[in-house]
Design a protein around this ligand. Structure first.
Ligand SMILES: *Cc1c(COP(=O)(O)O)cnc(C)c1O
Length: 396
């Protein structure tokens, strides 16, 4: 689009000027229903008054000092997140990749502390953990890694949702110190593991002395119907990472830890200039307070069920449908062939959606959505998939 920018994205032919709740307006004044939330970021919708108020007030007071001084808003935010997640200590950074970098460094330090010379972390196929060198090396997608070799070593890959494969690594690889997985794979196509997978990982990690590290960058902050997706499984990880929805659009990430893992970093182990500054923490505190006060995780669960049910009913006879999956307001509709063109068709119809893993329509609407808006998303998506099926090269 712009010759001034590095060619990392192929942006859609639209630019937005303002937003309110689940709605966005482009520079021509056309209105769109946002079923993507800037990829699971704006969980409270656009221009949320409490986030705006917190940011304005804090901007007039103090933006930044440094982590070489106490930051009381950061300490308050850590307290809230630790309490909600059952964790003990937090490190704040600026993105999901950085939160995972912190977790990876923590796991390596933990391993060295146990006398393991070359500590390894188990990761899964189809995963996404970010675009920095270590996190793209942990990511289970060759397209994201290609051209950036040499990759960072120290990752062992097994299939997602395969506990037996993890157990085999436990038998054969004494250098493993941690497991890093997403409770639901987001970029990988809204892949929901079997019931018992996370509990099985928890048991295996306990048995082996490994850290269970859950990447909740996309699933966290109420998205799946609980504040954190691991809470559906009744387990607590040793380390969990957050970003996307944490700041509702203000860049902030966090790595939370408990037990042994909470004691690994010492002064000088890790750091950041911007991470957890007063501005971003004021926004994240407003997010955390609003999610709780308005019981938005429960709302995500309810509306997610509603959308899932309606999608299943309406698409039952659709010839190009392969599967419909969802947890809270994290929904995936898998079709029988690549369907990237639907993103632009939805845009023309005034709806923002995403396609991931080439053939999975991904819906991640703001959690503040109402029933009528939820139904409108479903109706538009169903209409798009119906006309897509009508052009099916196999059926035709
Ligand atoms: C988006 C995402 C990341 C990377 O976050 P960035 O803020 O883009 O660095 C990491 N893990 C998961 C599960 C994600 O969805």
């Amino acid at each position: 689009m712009s010759e001034q920018l590095m060619d990392t994205y192929s942006p859609l032919p639209v630019a937005f000027e303002r937003g309110e709740g689940v709605w966005l307006w482009d520079t021509e004044g056309k209105r769109y229903l946002d079923a993507l939330s800037g990829i699971a970021v704006c969980n409270l919708g656009h221009a949320h008054p409490l986030v705006a108020k917190a940011l304005c007030e804090q901007a007039g007071k103090l933006l930044h000092t440094s982590n070489i001084y106490h930051i009381s808003l950061q300490e308050r935010l850590a307290g809230e997140l630790n309490r909600l997640a059952g964790m003990e200590r937090a490190f704040f950074c600026n993105s999901g990749a950085e939160a995972n970098e912190a977790a990876i460094k923590l796991a390596r330090l933990y391993g060295h502390g146990k006398g393991i010379k070359s500590p390894a972390i188990i990761v899964t196929g189809g995963s996404f953990h970010g675009r920095t060198m270590a996190t793209l090396s942990a990511t289970g997608n060759r397209r994201i890694q290609a051209g950036f070799e040499p990759l960072v070593r120290g990752f062992v890959r097994v299939e997602y949702n395969d506990l037996e494969a993890m157990r085999n690594v436990a038998k054969n690889d004494p250098e493993v110190v941690a497991v890093l997985v997403e409770p639901v794979q987001g970029e990988g196509g809204i892949r929901i593991p079997d019931e018992g997978y996370l509990a099985g990982l928890r048991a295996l990690c306990d048995e082996q002395g490994w850290l269970l590290m859950l990447d909740e960058v996309q699933t966290g902050m109420g998205r799946t119907g609980e504040m954190f997706a691991f809470q559906h499984s009744g387990i607590t990880p040793d380390v969990t990472t957050l970003a996307k929805g944490l700041g509702n659009g203000v860049p902030i990430g966090a790595c939370l830890a408990r037990g042994e893992a909470a004691k690994v970093f010492r002064p000088g182990s890790h750091g950041t200039t911007f991470g957890g500054n007063p501005l971003v923490c004021s926004a994240a505190l407003a997010v955390v307070e609003t999610l709780q006060r308005e019981d938005l995780p429960a709302r995500a669960a309810l509306l997610g069920e509603r959308m899932l049910g309606r999608l299943r009913d309406s698409l039952a006879d659709n010839t190009c449908l392969r599967d419909i999956r969802g947890m809270g307001l994290m929904l995936g509709i898998e079709l029988n062939r690549p369907c990237g063109e639907l993103v632009e068709e939805a845009l023309r119809a005034g709806l923002l959606i995403n396609v991931t893993a080439t053939s999975v329509i991904r819906l991640l609407p703001p959690l503040i959505l109402n029933e009528q808006e939820a139904d409108q998303i479903v109706d538009t998506v169903v209409r798009l998939i119906d006309s897509f099926a009508a052009t099916d090269p196999v059926a035709a």
